[in-house]
Design a binder for this molecule. Sequence first.
Ligand code: AKB
Length: 319
Amino acid sequence: MERILIIGAAGQIGSELTLELRKIYGNSNVFATDIKDAQADIKETGPFQLLDVMDDKHLIHFVIRHKITQIYHLAAVLSGNAEKLPVQAWHINMNSLMNILEVAKLVEEVKKIFWPSSIAVFGPSTPKQMTPQVTFMEPTTVYGISKLAGERWCEYYFKRYGTDIRSLRYPGLISYKTEPGGGTTDWAVEIFFEAVKKGKYTCFLNENTVQPLMFMDDAIKATISLMEAERSKLDIHSAYNICGPCLSPGMVTDSIRNYIPDFAVEYKPDFRQQIADSWPQSVDDSLLRKNIGWQPGFDLKKITEIMLLKIREKNNFSK
Ligand code: AKB
């Protein structure tokens, strides 16, 4: 029987992944934790506890006490926020991962770990279109450097200690349940919320900046499939490329205008423009497709319909 620990259960991915994992493994077997309070559905459907992944002693006690067999470590300082406090962001992103890797090494019952990487591992010298799985990686952001170092550490623990760590280089994730905070792809969520709430949006990237994105349901499906895949089928023990639709703010604006014709968008690029310009515009995820049969199910049209509908429901807007 699996007993799963989620770190970062109140965040954008955790708030949805926790509920999906509870459906599969049973509510009482999925332990949601975060350093902040979680949404009511997370607390009402199963165990929730405040836990700081930086506190290694508390972490290892928690894992032993609850007989944890799998850990999903989702907590991180994202790209935009990390540039504001680089040393602190490095400390949090790296030391939290090292704490998890050490727990997995020391506690025999822990069999598998999921830790997200990101398209931020790539940099200006990386080919921008259909970025290959293995390529130049010279990230210029502290978040990207921490994710790339994290990938190397994951592979190191796999080779040296046999630790079973699985990871995806997530693109920007689009979701309506919990908004992201401090990333360079946050516009792809904000734009839908502002369209519904205000009918206008000021975008921090320029109109034609294309970024690899993905709808949250696809990200959750890929994550669980990767974790359930037979280890012998996996060629990668650092992190797999993964990609959904590749979109610019202009393309998303046009799609929203099919439903809200007078939606007004202004472009005021800030420091995140330079980060976006250093990242890929599309990513080759053929190895993940081959290894676990991955395929995205949501294109821009579907994403727009669902986002607008769900945000209206959430805000009790009838328009
Ligand atoms: C960010 O923008 O920092 C994240 C990411 C692509 O990892 N959404």
